[in-house]
Ligand binder design. Structure first.
Ligand code: SF4
Length: 349
């Protein structure tokens, strides 16, 4: 049986004055029905561009999907024309964007905006759409949904606006929900409520969910499998347990180490030194080599693998589950870490 979603060798580039920005460059992952896949990494790693590529919302120009396949139930979305994509978008695949205030239209009521998606995709009357929209507002836990239906986005708190976005995304019972940093702009208590809500609705509706975040704590809460992205590529990919308890890539280790730990006398918070390089100027070898604390020391010489040869994803040896990592030296790094008594920072799980 075909997977719900399969991303194969996806490449999305932006043609800018500074050169070609390879925002997503050869990415592979898949999603099963009812499953949550976490896409994690810092800003600028290609997570959101991957999501926008799936939705076929890459602005062209300057952006373009230059290669790869996006298979939704076996059908390649990259081959669909705009009309066919409009039928899929919002109906079969929906997305929650990270900033509800800028994603909702300020001049229409919340109800009108949910109605629009329902009328477009479900061929129902305005009255039926209204009934359904109020039902969705109720489903996502908005108090007094009939009243909120007639209100404008600015009259709602950030948490309520995000719930309206979720109601809009779920209004047509999509098979896939892409949630791009759905809790970033929210207070921590509201964050927990929104995550709980997405989980509950996923159980009720059986959707596949792609949860995009830079926060491994969020991923630990909700994801069955995790793809760690760094600088346009997948650096490590496995089930959540492997990523949290048996991480191999120095970037994954760095992310796990950066999570604040309460009541453990942590002292200074660990960080990953440096920044994600610009997408127009990635190193020619491993994209993480400018920041990796385990990078081989033979800088820029022909026999330096890290600086000259791009690592490809390979199955981690000694693991029976699917666990792939793109690092030339993951085995040596593991030995070194064991020798140095460096514990796996899995407190997030
Ligand atoms: Fe670090 Fe080299 Fe592994 Fe890249 S290939 S993560 S630079 S050790």
């Amino acid at each position: 049986m075909a997977k719900l979603l399969e991303i194969k060798n996806l490449k999305t580039y932006f043609y800018t004055d500074d050169g070609v920005a390879k925002a997503v460059d050869g990415v592979n992952f898949d999603l099963d029905q009812g499953e949550t896949l976490g896409l994690v990494g810092e800003s600028g790693c290609g997570k959101s561009v991957s999501a926008l590529s799936i939705m076929r919302l890459i602005p062209n120009p300057p952006g373009k999907i230059v290669d790869g396949e996006i298979l939704f139930k076996g059908q390649d979305l990259t081959k669909f024309d705009d009309k066919k994509m409009q039928e899929i978008r919002g109906n079969d695949i929906a997305m929650i964007f990270q900033e509800p205030m800028t994603s909702l239209n300020p001049v229409f009521t919340c109800g009108d905006q949910i109605d629009e998606a329902v009328i477009l995709h479900q061929q129902v009357t305005k009255e039926e759409a209204k009934k359904r929209s109020i039902g969705m507002l109720h489903l996502v836990g908005i108090p007094a949904p009939e009243q909120r239906y007639n209100e404008y986005p600015h009259q709602l708190s950030g948490g309520l606006r995000q719930r309206v976005m979720i109601a809009m995304a779920l209004s047509c019972n999509p098979e896939i929900l892409i949630a791009d940093e759905p809790t970033t702009a929210l207070d921590v208590t509201v964050q927990a409520q929104i995550l709980e809500l997405i989980k509950k609705l996923q159980d009720e509706l059986g959707m596949g969910v792609i949860m995009i975040t830079h926060d491994l704590g969020v991923i630990a809460e909700v994801s069955k499998r995790v793809a760690v992205m760094y600088a346009s590529k997948v650096a490590e990919y496995s089930n959540a347990e492997e990523i949290f308890y048996n991480p191999k890539h120095p970037y994954t280790l760095g992310l796990l180490n950066s999570i604040p730990k309460l009541n453990k006398g942590q002292g200074r918070l660990s960080t990953i030194e440096g920044n994600v390089p610009p997408a127009t100027n990635y190193p020619s070898g491993c994209h993480f080599c400018t920041r990796c604390k385990y990078v081989d020391s033979k800088l820029y010489t022909a026999d330096s693998k890290c600086w000259n040869i791009e690592p490809v994803l390979e199955q981690v040896s000694g693991t029976s589950t699917m666990h792939v990592v793109a690092c030339h030296y993951y085995k040596e790094i593991e030995k070194r870490r064991i020798k140095e008594g460096d514990k796996i920072p899995s407190d997030a799980a």
